[in-house]
Design a protein around this ligand. Structure first.
Ligand code: HEM
Ligand code: HEM
Length: 215
């Protein structure tokens, strides 16, 4: 057994899944206090993932996600054990990170045109707010499409005998791959908590208080 995913990457993934589900439902239902609070926590999570992508374990590195078209096509055509994400999966993950940051950034500049506006609305021209609102509504469909493809790929690999979900839960793979350089995810969790607390202090006090006072 080789350890390929550190504690932060494992926790990050399932926190991301819960965060996206809560954001989708709260956005759709118009529960914007919950939407904003979850949005700030998810922003902190994604920023921590980027920082961990520079300083973290070798399998968490963002630089490990860039591959030549030849390597990507070859990973699609034949099954090769990879230490971390395989080159085709890496493309999917870069697409995810891009779509999630577009969703977060457009949300910060969105407004429901009645009562609620994202914290950056006051700093940008109205044309940007209109664009951000459109982006926030349209990009969600791309994100849903990417999630559908992602889950289909995981099921496809499972049928072929690869237990990727188990590896993402336990951190260990049974594939014979080279041992990566691992770092303890604890430091990343500290960064995440500090960033989330800072964003909630900066922007989240109003929605947090509103959530608190609901009885
Ligand atoms: C909201 C839905 C989801 C999103 C946004 C999402 C996003 C991601 C991202 C960004 C990664 C890369 C992790 C990293 O290096 O930071 C990843 C990996 C992974 N995800 Fe998801 N995911 C979602 C749902 C799921 C579900 C439901 C499953 C299980 C059925 C799953 C299974 C996996 C697995 C196994 C990997 C590791 C793939 C590999 O070994 O290369 N994901 N996902
Ligand atoms: C990945 C993160 C996010 C997801 C998946 C998400 C998803 C959604 C969805 C599905 C809607 C409903 C759109 C519609 O009415 O058709 C929505 C609305 C909204 N979101 Fe987000 N959102 C995210 C992040 C954020 C953030 C960080 C903010 C601001 C802090 C934000 C602010 C808003 C606002 C103001 C609306 C209402 C727009 C309107 O009524 O026209 N969102 N979001």
């Amino acid at each position: 057994m080789v350890k390929v995913w550190d504690g932060f990457i494992r926790g990050f993934h399932w926190l991301l899944v819960v965060g996206i589900v809560v954001l989708y439902i709260s956005g759709d239902e118009g529960w914007l206090d919950l939407h904003f609070v979850t949005g700030y926590v998810l922003l902190a999570l994604m920023l921590t993932r980027v920082i961990w992508g520079v300083f973290g374990s070798s399998t968490a590195r963002l630089s490990a996600l860039f591959h030549s078209p030849k390597a990507i096509i070859s990973a699609l055509l034949k099954d090769q054990p990879a230490t971390g994400h395989n080159p085709a999966g890496s493309v999917m993950i870069l697409v995810f990170f891009t779509l999630i940051f577009i969703q977060l950034l457009s949300g910060l500049m969105s407004s429901d045109d009645i009562l609620v506006e994202g914290p950056l609305v006051q700093y940008v021209p109205y044309a940007w707010v209109e664009l951000a609102n459109d982006l926030h509504r349209d990009n969600i469909d791309l994100l849903l499409l990417a999630i559908g493809l992602h889950i289909s790929a995981i099921i496809f690999y499972r049928i072929k005998g690869k237990k990727l979900v188990k590896t993402l839960i336990t951190g260990h793979t049974t594939d014979s791959v080279s041992k990566p350089h691992m770092r303890s995810g604890k430091l990343a969790y500290i960064v995440f908590i500090v960033l989330a607390a800072s964003l909630l202090l900066l922007w989240g006090q109003e929605p947090l208080l509103a959530l608190w006072s609901v009885d």
